[in-house]
Design a protein around this ligand. Structure first.
Ligand SMILES: Cc1ncc(C[n+]2csc(CCOP(=O)(O)OP(=O)(O)O)c2C)c(N)n1
Ligand SMILES: [Mg+2]
Length: 157
């Protein structure tokens, strides 16, 4: 999630320098794709300062209203096409500042709006999971499910 001047995200590996909503999204595609290329190309395995043989998952977060930005949709599409190891969390509080969902998100639910991206046995895509953000154990379970079933084997084949 972008923040003015980035000072609220002290951890080293977080991308925290962008303030326009969804501006961080294309970088997520780059990170995920880089990971895939490191996995696929043995000539890159010596460069351990960037990747550990492509075993990482790129983790993106965004607010619900910010999913209205084109960059978000481009990222969802590109990652679905490339099948890269990316996990996206949309934190849905029902609002963008004081503007309710009904004014900015189709069906008032980005997971419903993105239903066509859901992966199936016939076609790769995204695994879409909806979980209460305040339910910590359910969140952990969701992330573990994501990790185990959400097409990582497809991403990594
Ligand atoms: C491109 C752009 N337009 C407008 C803003 C101003 N702005 C900052 S936060 C925000 C709403 C974000 O809502 P949401 O994505 O739902 O995140 P939340 O704060 O609810 O977690 C807006 C419009 C911005 N930062 N960037
Ligand atoms: Mg919001």
């Amino acid at each position: 999630m972008p923040r003015a001047n980035g000072k609220t995200w002290p951890r080293k590996k977080l991308d925290r320098r962008l303030s326009p909503t969804a501006a961080q999204m294309p970088r997520l595609v780059g990170l995920g794709y880089a990971s895939k290329l490191y996995r696929q190309n043995p000539a890159l395995h010596d460069f351990t300062q960037f990747s550990q043989n492509g075993n990482e998952i790129a983790f993106g977060t965004i607010g619900n209203a910010s999913t209205s930005e084109g960059l978000f949709f481009e990222t969802i599409n590109a990652a679905g096409v490339l099948q890269i190891p990316v996990l996206m969390s949309v934190w849905d509080d029902g609002y963008g500042i004081s503007v309710p969902q009904s004014y900015h998100t189709t069906k008032e639910s980005i997971s419903k709006a993105l239903a066509g991206f859901q992966r199936t046995e016939e076609a790769p895509g995204w695994e879409i999971i909806v979980v209460k953000g305040w339910d910590y154990s359910a969140l952990i379970e969701a992330y573990q499910k994501q990790n185990a079933f959400a097409g990582l084997s497809t991403c990594r084949s």
